[in-house]
Structure formats: C-alpha cells, structure tokens
Design a protein around this ligand. Structure first.
Ligand code: SAM
Length: 215
C-alpha cells in the first residue's frame, strides 16, 4: 500500500457511518458495480451541505439514487433535490430506492439527457452536484452557471480520473484522450471563470469545489 492509500484508509476509518439503510444501499450498489460516490466524497459533501445548508440541490447523474438519498440525509429537511438520469435501466431502480426511503416528496427525478433537460430548467439552485458523463461537463457548464445562484456551490466529481488526466497523452486510449482534453478544458474554465472561485482537490477520484461569487 502506498502512503497515500494508507492515509485514505485511516481517514475513512474515522468516518461516522451512514444510517443502516444508506449503508445497505451503498453495499448493494458496489456489489452490482454501479459507480457511486466514494467515502471521501461523501465526507466532503457532508461538510459542504452543513456549511451551505441548501434549499435546492440539482444533481446531474442519478444512477440508482445513492448520492441523491445521501444528500437528502445531510441537507436540511426542507431541501428539495432535483436529479437527472438518462440511463433507462437505472431509472426504475432509483425511483424504487426513493420510494423505499420515503423520500419521493423530497427528490424529483427528471428522466433524459441533461443536455436537453438543463436548458428547460428555470429555477435557481444553491448547490449543484455534477456527476454525469465526464466528457460532457464542459458542455453542461454554461447551463450550470445560469442555474447556480449567488453563493451557490458547484461540486464536480471524478475530475482527475484517478490520475489519468496527467498521464502522457500516448498512454491513454483515443476515447479517453478526448475525455481528458475536455476535462482539462473544464478545469481551466472553473479556475479562470470570473464568476467562480474554485479549488481542485485530489480527493476521491478528484473533486472540484466552486463557489459562485457575489457580484
Ligand atoms: N451520482 C451517482 C451516485 O453517486 O450515486 C452516480 C452517478 S454515475 C457516476 C453517472 C450517471 O450519470 C450514470 O448513471 C449515467 O447514466 C448518468 N449520465 C451520464 N451522462 C448523462 C447525461 N448526459 N444526462 C443524464 N445522465 C447522464
């Protein structure tokens, strides 16, 4: 184990467990190889949700609803979450998980491609969790910025692709090369956009936290 891995294991071992129903959902998801937020990302989200106390959250990439349910657990009780998923096979599972957790009234699942759905949204959100297809983050950004309210927080997950992002371009496949180029463009934009203040963390698979500044 590398030193970094030992730190990760130690830090994760300090975490307080989630409620049993969330732990079980996480175990099921991992057993079925459904990509859900890592423990380190969970920890970060808990802190950010406690700091910002959002009333409205938007998530891009529901999968089977783990992170939406996780956020509903740690956001204020009156917070509403809107989450977008396009993969038809995962949508019924997400709906069933929301129903089983008794959170259907607090989580709205919008079915379809975020590219189509985002321009239709008219509300402003104080917390946006970007966790869809990595190569599309840069395309989603203009709509996400339109929807992110002042002092709103944007959390972008998996932005360093487990370190692949800084590998030589010859060491990665052509498809991943395109995704990495787009991700680098996205990170550059997050760091240079005048409306945002952003930190890129080597946490989990790489997580960027941005705040929309007051004008
Ligand atoms: N946030 C989830 C969690 O932690 O429980 C995991 C999301 S998973 C990493 C990414 C999900 O985004 C996949 O289920 C995928 O189908 C969905 N997705 C990818 N591109 C999308 C798009 N353009 N519109 C809507 N959903 C998308």
């Amino acid at each position: 184990m590398t030193e970094d891995e030992r730190f990760k294991v130690y830090i994760n071992s300090l975490d307080r467990e989630n409620p049993l129903w969330l732990e079980e959902l996480e175990t099921d998801a991992r057993r079925e190889c459904i990509p859900i937020i890592r423990r380190e990302t969970q920890s970060l989200l808990r802190v950010l949700l406690a700091m910002r106390r959002p009333e409205k959250i938007l998530e891009i990439g529901t999968a089977i609803g783990f992170s939406a349910l996780f956020m509903s657990q740690y956001a204020p009780p009156d917070c509403h979450i809107t989450t977008i998923e396009k993969y038809e096979k995962r949508i019924p599972a997400a709906r069933e998980n929301f129903r089983k957790a008794g959170r259907e009234d607090r989580i709205t699942l919008l079915e379809g491609d975020a590219c189509r759905i985002l321009p239709e949204l008219m509300e402003s959100y104080d917390f946006i969790f970007m966790d869809g297809a990595k190569g599309q983050y840069i395309h989603f950004l203009p709509e996400v910025l339109r929807l992110l309210g002042e002092n709103g927080i944007l959390v972008s997950d998996n932005v360093l692709q487990d370190g692949e992002l800084i590998q030589s371009r010859f060491a990665v496949t052509r498809r991943n090369r395109t995704i990495h180029e787009r991700m680098r463009e996205y990170l550059y934009e997050l760091k240079h956009n005048e409306a945002l203040e952003t930190v890129i963390l080597t946490l989990g698979d790489g997580t960027a936290v941005s705040v929309r500044k007051q004008v």
